[in-house]
Design a protein around this ligand. Structure first.
Ligand code: MG
Length: 257
């Protein structure tokens, strides 16, 4: 049986702009041993090329084929749901590119979907327009529900906050396409050509990577180099298959391979 990995980036490979020690060697080992993997990121703002460039600056050389984003999952999902779908988008480059690639028309009135991604360029006027569209019957999709880190100076508001704003204003619940949604967890696995039993998720966040992996029946590895803290793990009703301080501590081949 072949095996492969879905690997989160922030908190696993880098922290902000800093490489997590040993992450470059870990990815190098995967490449050297022809182990299939893709990075799996909820950030819908960046394009795949943006992600490749960021990794390259940190000394990790991969191609766009190694990147799977919530924007890609969202574009594919809308394309699968509806032929000739139309969408009004509150979001940026990565999301707009993916919707375009999946044949979704971007419109400013009467859309089938309102799609929310990360971004800093949309205005409250645009949010108001989106709210009116949802109230008029458009389906509300959000690329993920990642919370704000709640740290001063953080440059990302946290899409949970903008999603909540629109939910409150419309009384409608968003449909989430990014991690831990089975939509993205399943698309990313299929993208790698793996079966469920062949798939392992590596992530730093219990609520997204690990919960998504557990619910899909994938093996899961939690790294403690990001958001999750060891002392908090007892609060969760699910647990990862393996806990390591960082990817540097992952021994290949994995013990379940
Ligand atoms: Mg992360």
């Amino acid at each position: 049986m072949k095996h492969g990995l879905l690997i989160d980036m922030d908190g696993v490979i880098y922290s902000g702009e800093t490489l997590i020690e040993g992450a470059d060697k870990f990815i190098g080992d995967l490449l050297k041993n022809d182990i299939p993997f893709t990075f799996m990121t909820n950030n819908s703002q960046r394009t795949r090329l943006d992600a490749v460039r960021k990794l390259k600056l940190l000394g990790i050389e991969v191609t766009e084929n190694h990147i799977y984003t919530s924007a890609m999952a969202t574009g594919k999902f809308l394309g699968d749901q509806s032929a000739q779908a139309t969408a009004y988008v509150l979001g940026e480059g990565g999301l707009l590119t993916s919707l375009h690639e999946n044949g979704i028309s971007l419109v400013n009135s009467d859309p089938e979907f309102v799609v929310l991604g990360e971004g800093r360029n949309f205005t409250l006027e645009m949010v108001q327009r989106a709210v009116d569209m949802i109230l008029a019957g458009a389906k509300f999709i959000t690329t993920n529900r990642d919370p704000s880190p709640k740290k001063p100076g953080w440059n990302n508001l946290g899409i949970a906050a903008t999603t909540a704003m629109i939910e409150e204003a419309t009384g409608r619940k968003a449909f989430v396409t990014g991690k831990p949604s089975p939509v993205m967890m399943r698309y990313a696995r299929k993208y790698l050509g793996l079966e469920t039993a062949e798939t392992t998720v590596v992530g730093d966040t219990m609520e997204t990577d690990i919960q998504g992996g557990v619910q899909m029946g994938y093996k899961t590895i939690l790294v403690l180099s990001g958001i999750a803290k060891k002392e908090d793990l007892s609060q969760y009703a699910f647990k990862p298959d393996l806990i390591v301080s960082s990817v540097d501590q992952i021994e290949l081949p994995l013990k379940w391979w």
